[in-house]
Design a protein around this ligand. Structure first.
Ligand code: SF4
Length: 434
């Protein structure tokens, strides 16, 4: 292989994978390789795959096939990440155009293959830290120790590994210096942060939030994603309510609302406990916005259990809720469970859930009309009449998952402005920049 000068990275999957890809970018640009926008211009193409569920694996394979079909002579195609951690040999055998296959956590090996002197770029210059729009992801941990019977993540990523607090503080400051106005904390389970470092749940994440809040100052938003229900403690709620820059938003994937299904999923929380901490969250932060996700059609799910899920979600009224059909994952206990729910029924239940949720979300959105909020501008331009208009996110919307607020008025991408919400339509909000 000739020494590569340019690279192109394709990232599939979740925000945690985006963070992993930016890490590779930082190593490659530190080694003086140049990023290119078009894959055909790259000497090396790296695909960072997702292996979470069948659908994500299929998307990853489709991306690899597309790149392989247009691969030109002398170009190197590298496939890495979660999917190849699980199915590396098979992927390579079935796609001979792939030159190299890596699993997760092998960026130094990928960089060495591309002739980057990894040891020499140990201290990557700050100017190489990139922020997309006004927000940046801060990955506080990787891996997971939970026993969820449907999830293959612990097999792909291994057990919990928390990043040291000092490193996270430094990284947070770098991201803010590069322009970030919001840090979105991600990990497979952010609330487990610090447990592997010997910290009790009550002081781990709350303590980290205190440190980060002090390090970045009161004007930078901190947003928590992927909380594990049984670790949403009074200490965490109190810290979120007290620190001025922790946004009143919590993403807590609950997976189901039936006790029987939750036990088969090996999820330790009870619906009663969830109801209690949600009450506490709403008492401490009356304006708190809640996001969750559920699985419809888990093995053995009866119509009665599914109805419990509907009733549970209706009782709580989540601002944002997703519902996925159960996807059988090799190497997980649920894969071999006898009572698989037929695909058609799973999809039907998911659609029933989403029809209910649309009404709830619309009512929750309507409650924002008349409020004045800060908004981070993602993009600005003109509408059909030539009037200035901007799209952005308030504390109510997490990047990439919750949509955008559209506001009339002048603004610059990356800025924080104040908006008045004037209208809601379905999930969406419309307003005016003040
Ligand atoms: S907590 Fe999340 S990442 Fe960990 S095993 Fe359960 S679903 Fe998977």
């Amino acid at each position: 292989m000739a020494v590569p000068r340019t690279y192109h990275i394709v990232t599939l999957g979740c925000p945690k994978n985006d963070v992993d890809s930016s890490h590779l970018e930082r190593i490659l640009t530190g080694g003086e390789l140049l990023p290119v926008i078009q894959p055909e211009d790259a000497d090396a193409i790296i695909v960072n795959t997702c292996g979470f569920i069948e659908q994500s694996q299929a998307e990853s394979i489709a991306a690899v096939e597309e790149l392989a079909a247009h691969k030109r002579e002398g170009q190197t195609l590298i496939v890495a990440g979660c999917m190849t951690q699980l199915y590396g040999r098979q992927v390579r055998e079935e796609h001979p155009a792939i030159d190299h296959v890596f699993g997760v956590g092998q960026w130094p090996e990928v960089a060495r293959l591309l002739s980057v002197d990894v040891d020499a770029i140990f201290d990557i210059p700050e100017s190489n830290v990139r922020v997309a729009g006004p927000s940046a992801y801060l990955k506080i941990s990787d891996g997971c120790d939970a026993p969820c019977t449907f999830c293959v993540i612990p097999k792909i990523k291994g057990g919990l590994r928390s990043a040291p607090a000092g490193l996270l503080v430094k990284e947070a400051q770098r991201l803010v210096a590069a322009g970030a106005k919001e840090l979105v904390l991600v990990g497979q389970d952010t609330t487990a942060w610090g447990e592997d470092l010997g910290m009790p749940v009550a002081s781990g994440l709350p303590g980290l939030l205190e440190m980060l809040a002090e390090a970045v100052g009161p004007d930078v938003w901190l947003r928590l994603m992927y909380a594990y229900p049984s670790r949403v403690t009074p200490a965490l709620i109190e810290t979120m309510a007290r620190l001025p820059n922790v946004v009143h938003y919590l993403d807590v994937p609950l997976q189901h609302g039936s006790e029987a299904t939750l036990r088969r999923m090996k999820r330790p929380h009870s619906t009663e406990k969830v109801m209690r901490f949600i009450e506490e969250l709403r008492r401490a932060m009356p304006d708190v916005v809640l996001r969750t996700s559920f699985i419809a059609g888990f093995p053995g799910e009866t119509e009665a259990e599914f109805r419990e899920l509907l009733d549970f979600a209706k009782a709580i009224e989540f601002d944002h809720a997703g519902c996925f059909t159960y996807s059988r994952q090799q190497w997980t206990p649920a894969h071999d469970a006898g009572s698989q729910v037929p695909d058609k029924l799973k999809a039907h239940r998911r659609d029933r859930f989403m029809r209910q949720q649309q009404k709830i979300a619309a009512a929750r959105s309507r409650a924002f009309v008349g409020r004045e909020l800060h908004m981070l501008i993602e993009g600005a331009g003109e509408d059909d009449d030539g009037s200035p208009v901007a799209a952005g996110r308030t504390y109510r919307e997490a990047p990439e998952v919750d949509g955008l607020v559209i506001a009339r008025g002048e603004a610059v991408a990356g800025e924080r402005v104040r908006v008045r919400i004037e209208q809601s339509a379905g999930y969406d909000l419309f307003g005016r920049i003040l």
